[in-house]
Design a protein around this ligand. Structure first.
Ligand SMILES: CC(C)(COP(=O)(O)OP(=O)(O)OC[C@H]1O[C@@H](n2cnc3c(N)ncnc32)[C@H](O)[C@@H]1OP(=O)(O)O)[C@@H](O)C(=O)NCCC(=O)NCCS
Length: 185
């Protein structure tokens, strides 16, 4: 079934290579990661994209691509090195009171629409698994927007399960004034 579906898409994922991103890939990484953010326009957290986000992204992602503390992989077309997917992984630190103290944190996962359901995210994630295992980690975590049903289904499809919810409440300007002291009833 899976093989039939993959074979049915134009060219399948056969011509795709997964490789580490380098600082020379900055333009492609910026394009894919901004597309990811723009796909979350209705979300309470990710929908609040700053007008200067593209300029900020270049500076931020340049540093991240040069960092030894994290790694970005790209899925690229072997024929022309054009990136169709991205995934980052870094080491996360848990509470000192809980196990595990460190885990692999997966972020910035995006596959262009025309290359989806070909196993590209799965191949990118394989790299994060191997990278995390090599650092002695035994757990992966990630955040998924609660209104991203397809994304959540994808993560569930590769073994993730929801462990907590991030709750957001905007504050009104009046919230700046502490309430008048009132007797506790
Ligand atoms: C989520 C996303 C990264 C998945 O990438 P992909 O390359 O299409 O995923 P894969 O083909 O490797 O799928 C792996 C498995 O995930 C599950 N899956 C993937 N997309 C799915 C979907 N839309 N619905 C249900 N399950 C899905 C399946 O179990 C799939 O295995 P199968 O094809 O053998 O059944 C891609 O849809 C995307 O970029 N979406 C927009 C950005 C986004 O949501 N990023 C994640 C933010 S948390």
């Amino acid at each position: 079934m899976r093989e039939r579906r993959r074979a049915g898409r134009a060219g399948g994922a056969g011509g795709i290579v997964v490789r580490r991103a380098t600082p020379e890939d900055l333009d492609q990484v910026v394009a894919l990661r901004l597309a990811l953010l723009r796909g979350h326009a209705g979300n309470a957290v990710y929908g609040r994209l700053r007008p200067d986000a593209p300029a900020r992204a270049r500076a931020l992602f340049r540093d991240q691509l040069a960092s030894a503390q994290e790694v970005t992989w790209l899925a690229v077309r072997a024929a022309d090195d054009v990136a169709v997917g991205v995934l980052r992984c870094m080491e996360g630190r848990g509470s000192p009171l809980l196990d595990p103290p460190r885990y692999g944190y997966v972020a910035s996962v995006y596959v262009v629409p025309e290359a989806r359901r070909l196993g590209i995210m799965r191949r990118l994630l394989d790299q994060a698994v191997a990278w995390s295992r090599a650092r002695g980690l035994d757990e992966l975590r990630l955040h998924a927007a609660s209104d991203n049903a397809a994304g959540i289904a994808a993560w569930e499809g590769v073994g993730f399960a929801v462990a907590e919810h991030l709750m957001v409440r905007p504050l009104d300007p009046e919230d700046a004034e502490p309430p008048a002291a009132a007797p506790v009833r």
